[in-house]
Design a protein around this ligand. Structure first.
Ligand SMILES: N[C@@H](CCC(=O)N[C@@H](CS)C(=O)NCC(=O)O)C(=O)O
Length: 177
């Protein structure tokens, strides 16, 4: 389903995801999973052989989860305010501008704290990198990223050029420069 045309707000889709948001995952037994982080963790648990996160007791897993959760829980609300400022008040231009600024501050904070090189866990790709790379492409930030948040820009490029991810990336985004 595409959000063009606001199909996500239709009653039929809201019966599956009452928030009217993408993504939604439906498991083979019919279990509905909403919230991107819950979806990613569900997929990681169901496909441990892929190694999308370190094992449960490994501190590296906690590090990946920290930055992944911060990105999803703090950046996504900014995306919503930027994409749909009318929902949040009568001055959409300033709501959008503040959301864009806040998202930039959060990205810089994550870059500073996580110090990705190129990934959050160094050479090891994890779910944190997928979340940070995708969220770095939204809100018209492609031009801002290279000069203001080069570490996340490099992370996004490393994700985008990963052989098993590059085709999926190219379906949605340009190659980060
Ligand atoms: N908390 C949700 C947020 C999802 C979200 O905001 N998705 C956007 C697309 S990237 C959406 O569906 N927006 C449409 C809308 O808010 O009407 C998650 O983490 O999955």
């Amino acid at each position: 389903m595409s959000i063009d045309g606001d199909a996500q707000l239709a009653a039929e889709y809201r019966r599956i995801n009452p928030m009217g948001r993408l993504p939604t995952l439906i498991l083979p037994d019919g279990t509905v999973v909403t919230e991107s982080t819950a979806i990613l963790l569900t997929l990681e648990a169901r496909h441990p052989e892929v190694g999308l996160l370190p094992p449960a007791a490994d501190p590296a897993r906690a590090r990946a989860l920290r930055w992944m959760m911060l990105a999803a829980s703090e950046l996504y609300p900014c995306v919503t305010r930027s994409d749909y400022p009318d929902r949040f008040g009568s001055d959409p231009a300033s709501i959008r501008a503040r959301a864009v600024d806040m998202a930039r501050e959060i990205r810089q904070l994550i870059a500073e704290g996580a110090q990705p090189a190129p990934f959050v866990l160094g050479e090891r790709l994890s779910l944190a990198d997928l979340t940070l790379a995708v969220l770095s492409r939204w809100m018209g930030n492609e031009a801002w990223m290279p000069d203001h948040c080069p570490r996340i820009q490099s992370l996004a490029r490393a994700v985008a050029t990963r052989p098993r991810l590059s085709a999926a990336w190219a379906r949605h985004f340009d190659l980060p420069r």
